[in-house]
Design a protein around this ligand. Structure first.
Ligand SMILES: [Zn+2]
Length: 468
C-alpha cells in the first residue's frame, strides 16, 4: 500500500493524505490550504490527484483546514462517500457555506484588482451551491461504531476532544497485495483532557501505521488557569464599574464553552442572573444550535447539568440573548447597562466584533477579554500587547479599556499531551508519520517518538509518497 501526503506536512493547513490499497483510493481529510491569497488560490484549486479516482473520503473533523476543500473535490469529479461523525457532518453544513461566502468576497476583492490591471478574472473555488451539492455525499457515524466502508476496509472513530465531532480515525485494512492486516491510526487534531464540554481524547492501544499531528510538538501550554474563576472575577469587576465585557471569540467551540461557563456562574449566583449576555455572530448562533443536537459528545459534567431534563439547555438561560440580525446587532451599540458581548472573529480581523471594539475600546470602565491565541499582525494581537492606539475599520482609537487574557484554553494538545498519547500505544507503529505542524514542531515531536521506541518516524514533505 501507498500513502501520499498532499497537505498539512511541515505546515498546519490543507490536511490531505491519500492511501492507495487493493486498487482503491482512500482520502483522509480534504482541507483548505491557508496562506497568502495568491499562493493559496492555485494550490487549492488544482487538486494534486484525480478527484474522480478517489473512492472514499474519511474526515477527522470540521475545521476548514481539514474539510474546506471538499466542495472543490466534489466539483472536480469525486462521487464517493464522505464519512465522518454526525456532529462533523452538521458543522460542515454551516462551516463550508461560511467558507463559500468568505471566498466570494475574497474573489470579488481580487477581481477588482485584476480588472484594473487588465488581468483575466477568476472564479471562486466553489460556491454555496457546490457546498450543498457536496453535503449530499456525507454519511454520519457514531463514535466507536466500526463501519465497513468497502470490502477489506473498516473505519472506527474515537473521541479526539478537539472540537465538537472531532475524531481520531482508525482504519482496519485487509491488504490483499501483501496478504496482511494493517491498522492505520490517524490522530486528526488531538485535543486536551478536562475541556468544558467535550470528552477527553481517547488513548488507543494498537497501530501499525500512525499519522500524528504536531501543532504544538515543540511547545508546552501555560498551565490551565482556573478559567472559570478568572471569568467570574472579570465579569464582576467590569459590572461593578458599570462597564461592558467585550469578548472576541471563535464562533465554533470557544463561544459555546464561554456561554456554558457563564450559565453555570449564573446558576451558582457567582455572577448576577440579571446580567445580559449576548452572542452576536450568526455563525456562532448556528454552531450553538449544532452543539445542542449532540449530547453524545458531552462529558460527564454537561451530562449531569442536563440530567433529568431533556429540555435543559446548557447554552441558554434567562438573560442569554442570541442576536442574529444586523438590526439586533446594531442595537447593542446603545446599551447603557453592564453586559457581556461575545462576538467573532476570534482574532478581531473581521466581523461584528470590530463594531463592538470600536464602540467600547476607549472607555476604561469596559474590559476586553481575550480567550484565544492571537496571531501576529492581527488586531487581536495588538490588543493583547496593549498597544496604546489601534486601528479599527480604518480609524485610530485609544486603547483605554482594560485588557484581560485567559490562557490555557487551547483546543490542541501540547508536546507533553501528544507524547502521552503516542506513548500509550502498547504496540508501537512500525511506520509513524508526523503531520500538521510547522517544520520545527514536527521534527521535535519526531524526536520524542523515537525516544519512545518508534522504529521509523518520518516527517513527510509535500507530495511525498511512501510504499509500506
Ligand atoms: Zn482542528
Amino acid at each position: 500500500m501507498d500513502i501520499e501526503f498532499y497537505g498539512a506536512v511541515r505546515t498546519v493547513t490543507g490536511s490531505q493524505h491519500l492511501i492507495t490499497v487493493n486498487g482503491r483510493k482512500i482520502l483522509l481529510d480534504c482541507g483548505l490550504y491557508q496562506g497568502s491569497r495568491k499562493q493559496t488560490y492555485e494550490r487549492n484549486k488544482q487538486l494534486p490527484f484525480d478527484a474522480a479516482a478517489v473512492d472514499v473520503l474519511i474526515l477527522s473533523h470540521a475545521h476548514i483546514d481539514h474539510s474546506g476543500n471538499i466542495p472543490n473535490l466534489v466539483k472536480s469529479g469525486f462521487r464517493g462517500d464522505i464519512i465522518c461523525t454526525y456532529a462533523t457532518r452538521d458543522l460542515c453544513s454551516i462551516m463550508l457555506r461560511d467558507s463559500a461566502k468568505i471566498q466570494k468576497y475574497d474573489i470579488q476583492y481580487l477581481n477588482k484588482k485584476r480588472r484594473k490591471k487588465g488581468l483575466p478574472l477568476i472564479e471562486p473555488l466553489y460556491t454555496a451551491e457546490d457546498v450543498v451539492e457536496s453535503l449530499m455525499q456525507f454519511i454520519g457515524l457514531g463514535y466507536e461504531r466500526p463501519y465497513q466502508v468497502m470490502p477489506g476496509l473498516q473505519v472506527t472513530f474515537y473521541d479526539a476532544g478537539h472540537i465538537l465531532g472531532s475524531a481520531m480515525v482508525v482504519l482496519d485494512i485487509e491488504d490483499e497485495e501483501a496478504n496482511r492486516d494493517v491498522r492505520l491510526v490517524f490522530s486528526g487534531d488531538v485535543g486536551r483532557p478536562n475541556r468544558p464540554i467535550l470528552r477527553d481524547p481517547t488513548f488507543l492501544e494498537e497501530a501499525d501505521i500512525l499519522l500524528v499531528e504536531s501543532t504544538y510538538g515543540n511547545r508546552y501550554h501555560e498551565a490551565t488557569e482556573a478559567a472559570t474563576d478568572k471569568l467570574e472575577r472579570v465579569v464582576n469587576a467590569t459590572c461593578k464599574r458599570g462597564g461592558k465585557l467585550i469578548v472576541p471569540s471563535f464562533a465554533i467551540g470557544r463561544t459555546q464553552e464561554l456561554v456554558y461557563a457563564l450559565h453555570r456562574l449564573v446558576e451558582s449566583r457567582d455572577i448576577s442572573p440579571k446580567l445580559p449576555v449576548y452572542v452576536d455572530s450568526p455563525l456562532a448562533i448556528d454552531a450553538t444550535g449544532i452543539y445542542r443536537l449532540h449530547p453524545e459528545a458531552y462529558n460527564e459534567s454537561v451530562f449531569e447539568f442536563i440530567a433529568g431534563d431533556v429540555h435543559r439547555d446548557p447554552f441558554g438561560f434567562d438573560m442569554m440573548r442570541y442576536t442574529r440580525t444586523t438590526m439586533q446587532s446594531k442595537e447593542l451599540n446603545f446599551l447603557q447597562e453592564p453586559a457581556v458581548i461575545i462576538s467573532a472573529s476570534g482574532m478581531c480581523e473581521a466581523g461584528r466584533i470590530l463594531h463592538h471594539l470600536k464602540n467600547n475600546i476607549e472607555d476604561p470602565n469596559n474590559t476586553i477579554l481575550i480567550v484565544g491565541w492571537q496571531a501576529p499582525n492581527t488586531l487581536g494581537r495588538r490588543i493583547v500587547e496593549k498597544q496604546p492606539r489601534v486601528r479599527i475599520l480604518g480609524e485610530e482609537y485609544e486603547l483605554r479599556a482594560e485588557v484581560i487574557t485567559i490562557n490555557g484554553l487551547s483546543a490542541h494538545a501540547d508536546r507533553r499531551e501528544l507524547l502521552e498519547w503516542t506513548g500509550h500505544f502498547s504496540k508501537k507503529a512500525n511506520n509513524a508519520f508526523i503531520v500538521h505542524g510547522e517544520e520545527e514542531a514536527s521534527f521535535a515531536l519526531a524526536d520524542g517518538l523515537m525516544e519512545q521506541g518508534y522504529p521509523e518516524v518520518n516527517v513527510p514533505v509535500l507530495g511525498q509518497r511512501f510504499s509500506i
